[in-house]
Design a protein around this ligand. Structure first.
Ligand SMILES: O=C(O)CCC(=O)C(=O)O
Length: 339
């Protein structure tokens, strides 16, 4: 049976196509609270401290949270509200936007990659290309009527935050502040508005199974009311409680490659909830398609260090990523130099 949207549909029990085999289930009793995960204050006057904290977090976790990040509270509140309104629309209205073709620049979809996967995930998502805005915003949903303005404004604010973070990450690698941005070129920007309906049997399935992000940097806004994000640290899953006024920043595969493996693109997953729906808004900054992903020479400094990954273009990487199922091995493994 082909999966279609699940938001707004009543399920008395979990359909069998969502049930993971025993060995792949989230095992929620083994998950720890991630109380000590880094929260970095970007408003701090000591820039060298910010750079150090970012470098430590990228190395040790591959992710961190930021506060005083410069994205307005108004932009955040409005996007969460309009996203909830969108997913509350009648199923027939939402289905007008449905597609399972990952090459589409605007689509409502479900699970992850329904054509490739064998078990589905308890998620619907609206996937939007967002840059340049004047090219893509006209194809976004027209209901709710405020959707395009609110999302456009949010995208612009988040993009600036992304650039600030890329500069700081570059400096934390002792590179010039523009070095990473220069390699990434005219960056694309995508958004996934994720909606995880309340699930009849959350222990048996995922909202999203463990994955790393294929892009450069992800800026994630979590619904404050319901948690669900978990990240892998030293082989253990940590639950990341939504922090008021914070974004979660995930390093994507391209920053792992560009840092020659010094920084990690973090494995993360979303679990679902029995009583409440959860929403998250992921903004992805992506290298331009032709960007040549090759670790800067300055990072290969000692004679015993060599490049870990082959050079590739982002277009090649992205094609590979979507040709796979989400919960397979790390996509970067396919680009490793083998000796
Ligand atoms: O909903 C979340 O917390 C995670 C979302 C995510 O990992 C994604 O959209 O790639």
């Amino acid at each position: 049976m082909e999966a279609k949207v699940i938001s707004g549909v009543h399920f008395p029990s979990l359909p069998s196509s969502y049930i993971r085999p025993q060995s792949e289930r989230p095992n929620l009793s083994q998950v720890s609270e991630g109380d000590n995960v880094p929260v970095i204050d970007l408003g701090c006057e000591d820039r060298s401290l910010i750079i150090k904290q970012i470098g430590d977090a990228c190395r040790d976790y591959g992710f961190f949270q930021v506060i005083n990040h410069g994205v307005s509270k108004e932009a955040v509140d409005k996007i969460l509200k309009v996203a909830h309104e969108f997913f509350s629309l009648p199923v027939e209205e939402k289905m007008k936007l449905y597609s399972d073709d990952p090459s589409k620049t605007m689509r409502l979809s479900t699970s992850f990659n329904v054509k490739k996967e064998t078990v589905h995930n308890w998620r619907d998502y609206l996937r939007l290309h967002c840059y340049p805005l004047d090219k893509y915003a006209p194809e976004w949903p027209s209901i709710p009527s405020s959707f395009r303005d609110i999302v456009s404004n949010y995208c612009m604010e988040v993009r600036q935050l992304g650039f600030r973070l890329e500069e700081a990450i570059s400096e934390s690698l002792n590179l010039d502040k523009d070095s990473l941005k220069d390699v990434l070129g005219e960056q694309g920007q995508h958004m996934a508005i994720n909606y995880y309906p309340a699930c009849p049997e959350p222990e048996l399935t995922y909202g999203l199974p463990a994955h790393t992000d294929p892009n450069a940097l992800t800026i994630l806004l979590q619904d404050l009311q319901v948690s669900g994000l978990q990240v892998l640290k030293d082989g253990k899953w940590l639950a990341i409680k939504p922090h008021p006024d914070a974004f979660v920043i995930n390093l994507g595969d391209q920053l792992q490659a560009l840092s020659n493996g010094k920084y990690k693109s973090v494995w993360h997953r979303a679990v679902v909830n029995a009583n409440k729906a959860r929403l998250s808004v992921a903004s992805f900054l992506c290298p331009c398609d032709s960007a040549n992903i090759s670790a800067p020479k300055e990072l290969i400094t000692t004679s015993c260090e060599s490049a870990i990954y082959k050079d590739f273009t982002y277009a090649e990487y992205y094609k590979k990523f979507w040709s796979r199922n989400l919960d397979q091995d790390h996509c970067l493994e396919h680009f490793k130099i083998t000796t």
